[in-house]
Each structure stands twice: as structure tokens, then as C-alpha cells.
Design a binder for this molecule. Sequence first.
Ligand code: DSN
Length: 433
Amino acid sequence: MSDYSRFYPITSVQDPELGTILDMEVFRQASTLQLIASENFASKAVMEAAGSVLTNKYAEGYPNRRYYGGNKFIDRVEDLARQRLMNLFGADHANVQPHAGANANAAVFLALLKPGDTVLAMRLDQGGHLTHGSPVNFSGQLYNFVSYGVTPAGPEGERIDLDNLYDLARSERPKLIIVGATAYTRVIPIEPLRKIADEVGAYLMFDAAHVAGLIAAGVYPSPVGSSRSGRNNGADVVTFTTHKTMRGPRGGAILCTEELASAIDKAVFPGLQGGPLEHIIAAKAVAFKEASAPEFVDYQKQVIANAKSLANALEKQGFRLVSGGTDSHMIVVDLRSFDSELTGKEAQEVLDRAGITCNRNQIPYDPRSPFVTSGLRFGTPAQTTAGMTEPEMEHIAELVGRVLANRSDDTIVSQVAEEVALLCSKFPPPFMQ
Ligand code: DSN
């Protein structure tokens, strides 16, 4: 193991116990493949802002309306983040305080719903999110969630079933319709959803946690709506996380129409959260600046090109692609075509041993439980940040196939781990550069 204490020179001396663990995580991130679709490598500037003195400040409230003194510079930081975010997405209003995507979603529900109200959202086992009504989550316990799904597998299959969604919207009359997913690889068209929401008098929320960076770069259609021109052609609210394709610090954000601005702000604070994490808000401001640069567009184009390349190469290895491919940064594979005995749980574990980090995932109509699953989810944001392109994606698919076909052979698993480490050494993440 190399010594990475240079990244934490003070911590490693003052707290060697923690320093050693940090060393090992640095080594893990730099020497194994990060293919979890919701992860990325933040820039050194983002990390520096996240580790800044702003962590020392209490700032309950909003710029110019704080409950504590000493916030004149904090106000400028938060205003900078909000303004950059509004400019980036052409949004009427932005709230940068949510600590996470789940908090952002909770704030929207608090702003727009009363307990027991009906919400239409995507089934968790077909790509939806825990906060979209799972019975083990507050959302499913406080609100009446009704779920739509995807169409059956087949040519042009495993896409959001808009007919099913429309029928449910008319019969259930939801107060809110949620689109946006954690394991759905295709573009979600906003126009038909806006029409359905208007027809049934529902608010429309787009959870862009995964695709926010793609939207910011203009390589995925924007769902951001506006009430300024009279007629809103997009979503009333867009929530997202700042650490996935957005490549910022771990956190959340909300964009909404002017009409909902006050309700959303009140729901975030004082409705849901206390003191905002202003050091993270500063890091969000850095990320929003980075996302407005032309290089960010090139990066996101490469993220999608890499995902398509990885998808094609995995298909050649014998994995069935859910929905037949991808339009985004993400791929979901059905393992049963490769080996009917292989579960997502086992595949994730053996790939982990080979230095290939991804996550098991249910596939639509999965006969296995969410803990076992029949699928794997891969994403390209992190390794694209590290500089990998199509040839590396083809190599990775071959390594995945080799490991999973020889999963009981420890020698082959170790050989692949060495090959992975060699590959990663040629594409160091930004914090190593
Ligand atoms: N962590 C997110 C993801 O992996 O998609 C979901 O919360």
C-alpha cells in the first residue's frame, strides 16, 4: 500500500487511526474502477471549498434574512451559488440548501402535499427511488403513492409506460406526479407528462438526481419549467443531487417556478432543515461554475459516448441490456442471459474482489428480491472524469465478462484485479493529479 498521508498531512499526524483509514480509501478510489452510476470524482477546487472555514458558521435562514449575525460573506456565497444555478438551468428560482437529494424531495412534498395526498411515481423495482413512495421510507408512510411502471421487455420495451401513467393519473387524480429515476437509462420526455399533469390538475416534479449534469450540459432535454411566461412547458419542480453527473460536493438542490419559490424555500427552512451547510454550498457554487464551462459539455458528451460503448461491449459479452441500451450515463444489465444462476448480489461481490465497483440492481419484473436481484447497474461519470474513453470501456466490459465467467477461480479474479489496477494507474482521478 502506498502512503497517501500527503493528502491529509495534519489529520494523519493528529489522528493516525483515522488517517490510516483515509489512506486506504484514497488507494481504493485510485486503484479500482468506480462504475457506480451515482458517483463521480469532484475537482480539487470543489473539495477545497467543501473543506473551507465556512464549516464554522451558523446561517439559519436565507441571504439577508438570517437568524444569526456575521453572515455578510456567507450571504454572498449562497447568493453566488443560487445565481449560478439559476443561470445554468434557466430556472426561475433555486434553493441550494438541501443536504441531500432525499431532503430535496422531502421539502417538495412538504411544500406541495398534505399527509394522505395521492402521488403518482415510478415503481422502485423498475427504476424509481426510495423517496418515491417506498413503504420503508417516510414518503410511502405519509403519502398515498400509486406507482406506474415500464412496458414489458421487447423491441422499444422497458420504457416508461405512458399509457399506464395516463390511465392512473385520470383514475387516481394525484396532487403530484413524479418522474425521474435511479435506474432508468432512457430519456424521459417532459411534454407528454406536462400535458397529463395539466389535464388532471397535478403538480409535475422531475427528480433529476442522476441526469442533472447531462441537462446542464444540454446533452439531455431540460425538464426545467418556468411560470414567468404564463404557460409552463416543463416541470413545476426539479430536484437533484450535486454529486452525481453534476460532479460537485455531496448534496442536493431544488429548482422551481417563481410561483412555488416561497413555498419551497419555507419547506426547506424552517420546515425541514436547520443550519445550512455553507461550506458545501460554497463547493456547489464551484461545481456550478465548472458546469457552465465548455469543457463540461465535452465531458458529458464523453460520459454518454462511454456509456453507449460500455453497453455495446457488455452486450457482446452476453449480457442483456435493459431497454436494449442507453441514452444517458447509465447501463442496467440483466445477468440471466449471461448465466441464469448468477445473481446481482454474487456478481457485485465478485466484481468488487476484482476491483470493479458497481451495484446490484433489480431489473423490471425481477423475480429476485431487491437484496439479491438479477441485474447490475453501471455508470460512466467517474471514470470519464478520470479520462477514460471508448477503448477503456471495451476493455472494462471484457474484464467484467472474464471475472463473472470464472468467478470461482481466485487466480483469474486476482489477475483481473491486477489488470484493473494497471489500467487505473494510467487514469488517475483529479485528486491524484
Ligand atoms: N444513491 C442513489 C443511487 O445510487 O442512484 C440513490 O439514492
